[in-house]
Design a binder for this molecule. Structure first.
Ligand code: EPZ
Length: 421
């Protein structure tokens, strides 16, 4: 099992390119199942989760071509069977995103029930309720969700989500594209990845409006065609490197990123004392050698502060000037990385879903264990600002969401390398 060996050092500096967004690519790859013609998807990040989604599509007999730049061409019409097996779903919860497209295009789907993960139970009741509202028959047995369309085709419906759910919005949005009539989604997720998915569906011929707002309207069509689509840049990867630069008092520039997708994060970084500049497709951050100031926040659905950036900011707060209060309101167990940081000399107390972080000048390197994707990234950041060596174990979590993480950090001046145990 690989580990990352990090030797704490000085400020990060330099320039890197942001990769394509994992959380936009996964629903867009699932959406190709809706199409009756080849869909070409580019700017995919080379990540384990992307490979898993491609393997899942191939396991259903869907014909796809992958070129040397990891552009894929997928023809949903060639899908031969509509079961997503446990062996693949258990390695990636986002496999649930094939449920809506399979049901809408082929009238049936059988998807292994995605389990919880380290950050929470992560139920999918909103996905299922939305599809039932459109006329689907949903049965759960032997750990599988079986969905069918008794009337042959889903029907448009007015759906109100009980809570803002990114995956639930994506699954029902995709299914509604081929339903008969109009579907209106209320309390829909507003994340940029939803907008990216909707734009890809529109390029395939879907009739969607309101994406990016809390109310999305879809007028179903008989069939969807092919298109070529380039996945948006990964705003969470970008935010992770910006926070690492802030924690190390550095000065970096990111290319191929839309700063408008990171408003809440940039506001908090400026509050921490960073000098931020940006253009249409780049962001620069300069701490001018200053120690970051502690910043408090509460994670909420977009456009508020993203839960996927909480762990990274917790690492920055661990070495910031002052005391920060961080509340995680989206997932029930997403402060787990704080215990590993305390082993590195951080001063973090946790009460329920709130952490109180009293910053110290430096941390102390230690062997630590990653528990989920963003927690792993926060431990890498902690290692960059620790004296001595930090060995991060279980970095398969990182390889799910950060393309070439050690190469990118090395190019910014970090002392980091992958070691095999
Ligand atoms: C997506 O997960 C992202 N994953 C997550 O990123 C991200 O943290 C999350 O949205 C929130 O922004 C992908 O896009 C692949 P939700 P998702 O449905 O769709 C509850 C990362 O690090 N809920 O918005 O699974 C749920 O338990 C990953 O890249 C229900 O109760 O998240 C959670 O408390 C981690 N019932 C809240 O809603 C449902 O049917 C938000 O979950 C669905 C969700």
């Amino acid at each position: 099992m690989d580990k990352l060996l990090i030797r704490g050092g000085g400020p990060l500096s330099g320039e890197i390119r942001v990769s394509g967004s994992k959380n936009a690519a996964l629903p867009i790859l699932a959406a190709t199942l809706l199409s009756s013609e080849p869909v070409r998807v580019s700017n995919l990040p080379h990540l384990h989760d992307i490979t898993t989604m491609i393997a899942l599509l191939r396991s259903m007999g869907t014909e796809l071509l992958v070129d040397e730049k990891l552009c894929v061409e997928i023809n949903g019409a060639t899908t031969k069977q509509t079961t997503a097996p446990y062996e693949l779903v258990k390695t990636m919860r986002a496999s649930i995103l094939v449920l809506g497209p399979l049901l809408a295009h082929f009238g049936r789907a059988r998807v292994s029930f995605p389990g919880g993960c380290a950050i929470g139970s992560r139920p999918v009741d909103q996905h299922l309720r939305g599809l039932e509202a459109m006329g689907a028959q949903i049965d759960v047995d032997e750990g599988y969700i079986t969905a069918t369309c008794p009337n042959g085709r889903l029907k448009g419906a007015h759906i109100l989500f009980d809570m803002v759910t990114v995956g639930g919005t994506e699954n029902v949005l995709m299914a509604a594209c081929l339903a008969e009539g109009r579907t209106v989604l209320e309390n829909a997720a507003r994340e940029p990845e939803i907008i990216d998915l909707a734009n890809c569906l529109i390029a395939m011929g879907a009739k969607i409006s309101g994406h990016g707002s809390a109310t999305i309207t879809i007028d179903g069509v008989e069939k969807l065609g092919g298109c070529s689509y380039s996945v948006m840049p990964d705003r969470i990867e970008a935010g992770t490197y910006l926070v690492a630069a802030a924690a190390t008092r550095g000065n970096i520039k990111l290319r191929d990123i839309d700063p408008n997708t990171l408003d809440a994060v940039l506001v908090k970084l400026e509050e921490a004392g960073a000098k931020i500049e940006h253009g249409e497709d780049w962001i620069s951050l300069d701490m001018e050698g200053r120690r970051p100031k502690a910043v408090s926040f509460k994670t909420v659905p977009y456009p508020g502060f993203p839960t996927d950036m909480q762990a990274q900011f917790t690492a920055m707060n661990a070495v910031a000037e002052g005391v920060a209060k961080v509340s995680e309101t989206i997932f029930e167990n997403r402060l787990i990385q704080t215990h590993e940081m305390n082993r590195m000399g951080a001063n973090i107390s946790v009460d329920g879903n709130t952490a109180l972080i009293t910053g110290t000048e430096r941390l102390k390197g230690a062997p630590v264990m990653a528990s989920d994707l963003r927690a792993s990234a926060s431990l890498v950041i902690a290692g960059l600002v620790a004296d001595g060596e930090t060995l991060v174990d279980r970095i398969y979590h990182i390889d799910r969401g950060y393309e070439c993480i050690e190469e990118k950090f090395l190019s910014l001046g970090a002392d980091i390398r992958r070691v095999s145990s």
